[in-house]
Design a protein around this ligand. Structure first.
Ligand code: ZN
Length: 139
């Protein structure tokens, strides 16, 4: 398996709503949209809060902690640039703040089970940084 930093994969395409997310990750920070109207965290970033449909939200530092809701071992990536990293794990993570996020699972001794504790690790992949997760505690 090749190192993630050495992969040449397509970069995310930031939008007006997501640019801050990617910039924060590149600085080693994990921030999520937080609606100041209904006091709800949400992800992915978008113009309006998906709970109350207001545009009254701001970026807020998040814990980066969560639990695995499910995972899959990817043997045939959706894009050929990821083939050198295969097989790898993708997990649906329920963040402690509430939102769910699809994340690359970093290599480690533990294979995650549903309910395993994970922590977000901003990780260089090619020329950009993604919000990968590391398994903290196998369930
Ligand atoms: Zn709201």
């Amino acid at each position: 398996m090749s190192k993630l930093a050495d992969l040449t994969v397509p970069a995310p395409t930031p939008t007006g709503e997501t640019q801050h997310f990617w910039d924060a990750l590149a600085d080693g920070r994990f921030e999520l949209p937080y609606c100041t109207r209904c006091e709800t965290w949400f992800f992915y970033p978008r113009a309006m809060c998906p709970t109350c449909w207001r545009e009254e939200w701001r970026w807020r530092p998040a814990s980066g902690r969560g639990t695995v809701a499910g995972w899959s071992r990817v043997h045939r990536p959706g894009h050929p640039a990821w083939a050198a990293a295969a097989p790898y794990l993708l997990a649906v993570v329920v963040l402690d703040e509430g939102p769910r996020m699809l994340a690359h699972v970093l290599e480690g001794p533990a294979v995650p089970a549903v309910g395993s504790a994970v922590r977000v690790r901003p990780t260089a992949v090619g020329g950009h940084v993604i919000a990968a997760v590391a398994v903290e505690e196998a369930s």
